[in-house]
Design a protein around this ligand. Sequence first.
Ligand SMILES: [Zn+2]
Length: 78
Amino acid sequence: MEMLFCYCCRVHHPKDQMRLYATGRGLRWRCRRSIVAAGLSRGERDAFGRQQTDRNRNAARLSAEFGQQQRRLRPLEA
Ligand SMILES: [Zn+2]
């Protein structure tokens, strides 16, 4: 089995686990596992960011609805 140097792990892996990967310095061999790991962590960060955005949007909507209720209630109290 041919071994190729993985620029990500800095070790050699069997060629069937390797993918050519475009970097700022040209094409480098990188193992599929490191590409998947990097992609997963990026995906998790995106999911976390979306959750925060949803939470903020819900909080803004709830406080807006609460403010409308307060305005609607005021004439009845008067
Ligand atoms: Zn690797």
